[in-house]
Design a protein around this ligand. Structure first.
Ligand SMILES: Cc1cc2nc3c(=O)[nH]c(=O)nc-3n(C[C@H](O)[C@H](O)[C@H](O)COP(=O)(O)O)c2cc1C
Length: 205
């Protein structure tokens, strides 16, 4: 399953965009895998490099690069879980909070995507945050295209002040999401989807 890292296009290189029916096929039935059902093997080292490269290839108004990715080894991920465990007891529902930590400990790989907006800039912070969201979605799509299961999770540890400090998230940053990665051990079933007509209208004035 291992895919070598594709070289990044050169600056200014013409990039013709070809139709990709395979991409449309993938997107039309893409589905997240349950984090609790992500097992080995996870993406290889080369695949992780490719994922990050593709993940950061997102629209970014003002070319500010208002995001960053934090990586984990199996050891540092286990240590993070250990440090978060005592905080789970302080949450409103400690049992649920501890269960949520299993979504962090179970998958073999995780990428933490942090929205890092440039404040006081003409580009609104909201737009910069949207770009971080695009990083998460790119990662989900790319991991799925590589044949892995992936899930975008925030959970309480993205918002708890002490947990944020443990994660190294600073005052002006937000956790856009943890992207959990591995091989799906269960096939996800289609979930309810909104009818496009219920979310679409024609502008009238
Ligand atoms: C920003 C964001 C945060 C999320 N956080 C959680 C979470 O903390 N816990 C959870 O169970 N699902 C969370 N989800 C939802 C999961 O990603 C869920 O698996 C996904 O919506 C399933 O839809 P899909 O199959 O179309 O990807 C989050 C989704 C988004 C976009």
């Amino acid at each position: 399953m291992s895919a070598p890292v594709k070289p990044r296009p050169e600056l200014g290189q013409p990039l013709s965009q070809k139709p990709s029916p395979a991409t449309l096929e993938l997107l039309s039935h893409r589905r997240s895998a349950s984090a609790m059902h992500l097992g080995l093997p996870g993406p290889t080292a080369d695949e992780m490099e490719s994922l990050i490269q593709i993940g950061l290839r997102v629209p970014d108004h003002g070319k500010l690069g208002p995001w960053r990715i934090v990586r984990f080894t199996p050891d540092t991920k286990a240590r993070l879980v250990e440090r978060l465990l005592p905080l789970a007891d302080m949450q409103a529902d400690p049992i649920k909070a501890k269960a949520a930590l299993r979504k962090l400990s179970t998958p073999p790989e995780a990428l933490l995507v942090i929205s890092k907006p440039v404040t006081g800039h003409a580009i609104p912070v909201w737009e910069q945050q949207l770009s971080a969201s695009a990083v998460c979605q790119n990662l989900l799509i790319a991991a799925t295209a590589m044949g892995y299961g992936a899930n975008w999770i925030t959970d309480w540890y993205s918002y708890d002040e002490t947990a944020r400090a443990i994660l190294g998230v600073t005052e002006h940053e937000q956790v856009a999401g943890f992207i959990y990665l591995g091989t799906a051990t269960e096939i996800a079933l289609e979930r309810e989807r909104p009818n496009p007509a219920s979310r679409t209208s024609w502008w009238q004035n």
